[in-house]
Design a protein around this ligand. Structure first.
Ligand code: AMO
Length: 428
């Protein structure tokens, strides 16, 4: 016998009664009543009841739940109220045995905490709620790709092992690179900017690394970022790209991922558009009206964003941040050089994305690097490209994992990442 199947369980229907099928899957439940065994078998697409009689019963004697079977049988009518059909087994093959006790209950009847689930992630994926989160993540990724490609962005892959910091030096992981010090990329910032010279509109979806000792539900040391960069665009243009991307993702998943929403127990609601736009100045006024005593130039801490988030639940932009709060590559506003052409996209208190218009004049970029205490010679390779016809450009980075938490209505970013990395978690 091989291990081939004629159908995924999700493809079998009551219209196929009488038809022979070969199915494969995991035992979710197993009840013996006299000489008949009632099996519930699940694969990644669906679940069915299988009736086992006679000598085939011997083959499954003593088997535990989550063991893997291949079943040759015939689709037949059922009296079970949870199923529209069942499969009468003619031949059963045991492909793998599950050894009990299992570290977690994959059916979720016994609730396990997130740490135990992450320690046994592959088994946790047999839990339909967990599997649905990752199926949704897949649909989100495909919707993002489709939307950006339709907007004529070209997908690129930039290096993750780099020779100098792209976002300033603070939270870099370093490693030995054949006797030299290399770093893990914090973002594709410099490379994506350079690529606007030849490709104009680019995007990347990849893992990036931040050595942040944060123990929150929204920080990881390895996260997935969706980045874009576009020539001949200003920050308001790329905000438009971001907003329509978010709208597409919510529309697509809310319409096409009904089963996943049901398993997760969360209905995806399409947000209203256009998103509200608040300037940093307006946010400061709101916070000071709430007795926060902030001055122009102060950064907004988590406690501040919680207050703003309560007043503005859902998606909104905070624009025109003080220049000094933004990275060296962000361009100032024409009418007020203390402000920048920049934005963050928020969902309540949570920052999902930041971006802006970039400096494309090499002299201005060099002096900004110095102003921020960075050494232009460290950026020599990057700066060279600015002498080769660098177009004006703008872009953003969007935290995919954070976006997923908003989509599925969960607080902990670890729920939506397969094997999260944080200061306490390097394995599995
Ligand atoms: P920034 O540093 O704001 O901007 O990052 C962009 C977005 O990435 C997500 N993010 C994280 N998610 C999880 N864990 C982390 N440790 C983490 N750090 C960042 C957030 C954040 O909004 N180069 C710029 C973007 C640009 O201007 O194009 C940048 O990296 O959702």
């Amino acid at each position: 016998m091989g291990f081939g199947r004629t159908h995924d369980i999700g493809e079998v229907s009551s219209e196929m009664i009488g038809q022979k099928v070969i199915l494969g899957g995991w035992i979710e439940d197993l009840r013996k009543l006299g000489k008949i065994t009632f099996l519930t078998i699940r694969d990644s697409t669906g679940i069915t009841q299988v009736i086992v009689k006679g000598e085939q019963n011997d083959k499954i004697e003593g088997l535990n739940r989550q063991s893997v079977l291949r079943i040759i049988g015939t689709v037949q009518e059922t009296r079970a109220k949870d199923f529209n059909f069942e499969v009468g087994a003619e031949e059963i093959e045991v492909l793998a045995k599950a050894i009990h006790p299992l570290p977690i209950d994959p059916l979720g009847r016994l609730e396990s905490n997130i740490d135990n689930r992450l320690n046994s992630r592959a088994l946790d994926m047999r839990n339909q709620k967990t599997a649905s989160i990752f199926k949704l993540r897949h649909h989100v990724l495909s919707s993002i790709r489709k939307t950006l490609i339709e907007k004529k962005f070209i997908e690129i892959n930039t290096p993750k092992i780099i020779g100098s910091a792209s976002e300033g030096g603070a939270n870099l992981f370093s490693l030995d690179y054949f006797g030299k010090t290399a770093y893990l990329a914090q973002s594709p910032q410099l490379y994506k900017e350079q690529m606007t010279i030849g490709l104009e509109r680019v995007f990347e979806i990849a893992s990036f690394y931040r050595a942040e000792k944060s123990h929150t539900g929204r920080h990881l040391s390895e996260f997935t970022s969706v980045d874009i960069e576009a020539a001949f665009m200003d920050y308001t243009d790329v905000m438009g790209v971001l907003e329509s991307l978010i709208m597409e993702v919510f529309k697509f998943t809310s319409t096409n991922c009904k089963d996943e929403q049901k398993s997760i127990g969360h209905e995806i609601k399409v947000p209203s558009s256009p998103f509200e736009q608040l300037t940093y100045g307006k946010v400061l006024d709101e916070l000071n009206a709430a007795d926060q005593k902030l001055e122009f130039g102060d950064d907004l801490q988590d406690s501040h964003l919680r207050i703003v988030g309560e007043r503005h639940p859902g998606f909104y932009f905070i624009t025109d941040w003080p220049l000094k709060l933004k990275p060296f590559y962000i361009r100032e506003k024409d009418d007020d050089a203390s402000l920048s052409r920049s934005f963050d996209l928020q969902y309540g208190y949570l920052e999902l994305s930041s971006g802006g218009t970039r400096l494309h004049d090499p002299e201005l970029l060099k002096s900004r690097l110095k102003e921020q205490g960075l050494d232009p010679s460290q950026f020599a390779d990057h700066l060279r490209a600015f002498d080769w016809g660098m177009p004006p450009h703008a872009g953003w980075g969007l935290g995919l994992d954070r976006l997923m938490t908003t989509l599925v209505g969960l607080d902990n970013i670890r729920e939506v990442v397969l094997y999260p990395r944080d200061p306490d978690r390097l394995t599995p």
